[in-house]
Structures are given as structure tokens and as C-alpha cells.
Design a protein. Structure first.
Length: 66
């Protein structure tokens, strides 16, 4: 993740959702970004994660976030 606001970002995470799922719902998975990078692996043996269209959101907060 590149941002010209890096000095203002206290925490950032990537959140994975079903294609039709609301971004306000609980994500299927999330991972904290560290130095602009996140690591997330899917378990292809798990039938819960078949091939499908997903969407993602990067959520960033500053030190004033609740």
C-alpha cells in the first residue's frame, strides 16, 4: 500500500468480503498492514474457500480514531 499520508496513519488493515456483501458487515478475513504489506493465505483444502469473486477494502485509522 502506498500513501502520502503515512505519518498520519496509525493502523491499517485489509478486509476481504464476498462480492455481494456489505462493506459494513464483518469481513470474511482481515489482516493488519505493516509497512504497507499484508500477508494472507487461503486454505484451498477447506471447502469454505472455493474459487469465487471477492472484494477488498483497506481501512486506515489515525491516532484520533475511537
Amino acid at each position: 500500500m502506498y500513501s502520502n499520508y503515512a505519518s498520519f496513519i496509525k493502523r491499517a488493515e485489509i478486509r476481504i468480503f464476498e462480492q455481494q456483501q456489505s462493506l459494513e458487515a464483518a469481513p470474511l478475513r482481515s489482516s493488519q498492514l505493516r509497512a504497507g504489506l499484508a500477508e494472507m493465505a487461503s486454505d484451498t483444502r477447506n471447502s469454505r474457500w472455493p474459487s469465487r469473486d471477492l472484494k477488498y477494502l483497506i481501512r486506515a485509522t489515525d491516532s484520533n480514531a475511537i
